[in-house]
Design a protein around this ligand. Structure first.
Ligand code: SAM
Ligand code: SF4
Length: 328
């Protein structure tokens, strides 16, 4: 079992398989000018599979495939299939913007993907275009529909931003009335790939109070161990509501996760500027046992929380690194 110095068991790996994306969400990346990872710096399928396999041998039983947009990577469906077949894995899930996802859903179901996080910040076409800089709301809604038809659990991820989509909060909550989907409202983080600082107005409390004004009957629901969302339920509604305090970072105490970036960097905390590059270690000819020792040493130094991580390692440019290059 992989454990950090605070005794937290690390069993959850978030693997970003690509940094590129077919959307340009304003909170994640600028319209142009982001420096993409060069092809030879991107991990190959074999390297990703080997890293996942080493982690599962060390007790990781949950892997989330993310990016960038996972389905923009060539043959990502094959990679997902291969990862899903690793011994010891009990939970494999994907975070996607839903644009290219729909045709793959029957295969994803076959590979045992039980849960998909679908990013959807608004139900309004104009606001969708303003936020993502693309006109693709219809495709996302089609994907949502198909996921539900295939009985795959859907969690909608919504980043709440002042002046952008606060009028969508209640319509998104209303989605949970008749559909078995959970909607999770996320505090905006500074990882936007530009120099723009954010001043967080819609924090956990603001989001919660706003929903409670419309639904005074809102009740607390269970928060599974290591959950990043604080969960709630409107009585009689099919889905739950979650609020993720991603900026205020109040959930770090129970953290069970690590991240691998598309170029192979092991980040033991989202707010940590950098980490050891496992792909480089593989290309230096390291054996699996050597990789495991490198991983054990890195995980041992996992910061206590996002605040400690930020203080000790984030430079100004790392604070605004695009979420797509880290793996959200
Ligand atoms: N492209 C996929 C998607 O959008 O679902 C997966 C990658 S995306 C980086 C993963 C998640 O990170 C998305 O749900 C997105 O909303 C979230 N995210 C990206 N930038 C963020 C930011 N600055 N603050 C909070 N969440 C962010
Ligand atoms: Fe692409 Fe996801 Fe970032 Fe939006 S949040 S730009 S969909 S990687």
């Amino acid at each position: 079992m992989l454990t950090d110095k605070f005794g937290r068991n690390i069993n959850y790996l978030r693997l970003a398989i690509v940094d590129r994306c077919n959307l340009r969400c304003t909170y994640c990346m600028p319209e142009n000018g982001l420096t993409w990872i060069k092809q030879n710096e991107l991990m190959t399928d074999e390297e990703m599979l080997r890293i996942c396999s080493v982690f599962t041998e060390m007790g990781v039983n949950k892997i989330r495939i993310t990016g960038g947009e996972p389905f923009v990577r060539k043959n990502s469906i094959e990679l997902i299939r291969n990862i899903s077949q690793l011994d010891g894995l009990t939970d494999i899930s994907i975070t996607t913007n839903g644009l290219l996802t729909e045709p793959y859903i029957p295969q994803l179901k076959k590979y045992g993907i039980k849960s998909i996080n679908l990013s959807l910040d608004t139900l309004d076409k104009k606001r969708f275009f303003k936020i993502t800089r693309r006109n693709s709301l219809d495709k996302v809604m089609k994907t949502l529909d198909s996921l539900l038809q295939h009985d795959i659990k859907v969690k909608i991820n919504t980043v709440v931003m002042e002046g952008e989509n606060t009028e969508d909060i209640i319509p998104l909550v209303m989605l949970t009335k008749d559909l078995p989907v959970d909607v999770r409202f996320i505090e905006e983080m500074p990882f936007n790939g530009s120099k723009t600082d954010i001043s967080l107005k819609w924090n956990f409390t603001q989001i919660y109070n706003y929903i409670k004004e419309f639904f005074p009957e809102i009740q607390k629901a269970d928060d599974p161990k290591s959950s990043t969302s604080y969960n709630y339920k409107i009585p009689g509604f099919k889905g739950d509501i979650g609020i993720i305090a991603a900026y205020t970072r109040s959930f770090c105490g129970d953290c069970n996760r690590i991240r691998i970036t598309p170029s192979g960097i092991l980040r033991t905390c989202l707010y940590e500027g950098t980490g050891v590059n496992l792909k480089d270690e593989i290309r230096m000819g390291r054996s699996n046992e050597e990789l495991k020792n490198i991983i054990i040493n890195s995980v041992h130094k996992k910061p206590k929380d996002g605040w400690e991580a930020q203080k000790s390692s984030l430079t100004a440019s790392q604070i605004h690194q695009s979420m797509a290059t880290i793996g959200g």
